[in-house]
Write a protein that binds this ligand. Sequence first.
Ligand SMILES: Cc1cc2nc3c(=O)[nH]c(=O)nc-3n(C[C@H](O)[C@H](O)[C@H](O)COP(=O)(O)O)c2cc1C
Length: 152
Amino acid sequence: MEAYDLIKSRKAIRQYSGQITDEQLNEILTAANAGPVGMGEYKNYRLTVIQKADVLNKMSGIYDAPTVIVVSAKNPEAMEDVSAGAIVHNMELAAENLGLGANYNMSSLGSIPSGVLPSGFKAVFALTLGQTNEKLVTRSIPLDRIETNIVK
Ligand SMILES: Cc1cc2nc3c(=O)[nH]c(=O)nc-3n(C[C@H](O)[C@H](O)[C@H](O)COP(=O)(O)O)c2cc1C
């Protein structure tokens, strides 16, 4: 899909109908690695792909997603929070461009079982993912959805 069409049709998809393929996962992880992070310090972040039912069943607010990708960082502050947002947004767009369902997720972060994330890293943001029957349609986005001041 053209980039601008994808941006306008992207939406939160919370209904999943099956597991993603490893090829789809690799494309989404490539999109994560293409994301910008503050100071270019990629070593300060980790991606954790959770597809194990035992772990997913313990996590709340994931809408039965078969895959959750967690972005974590060491001692996250504002820069790491914003960078994790950029990483997750890249993955979300890549996933929906592949016809998958995806959504940003913060509500599950507190329910990630201990020992799942790398030692010393704290969950910042996550993406829920799966096959979906929902289709993207180009949305009419109101220009004032976010109130804007133009200073000129
Ligand atoms: C920082 C952030 C956190 C979010 N956390 C959640 C979440 O925990 N659960 C959820 O269902 N949606 C979550 N969302 C998705 C938003 O609810 C959704 O993007 C918003 O309502 C706009 O809808 P749209 O994405 O379909 O345009 C989050 C989005 C962002 C940017």
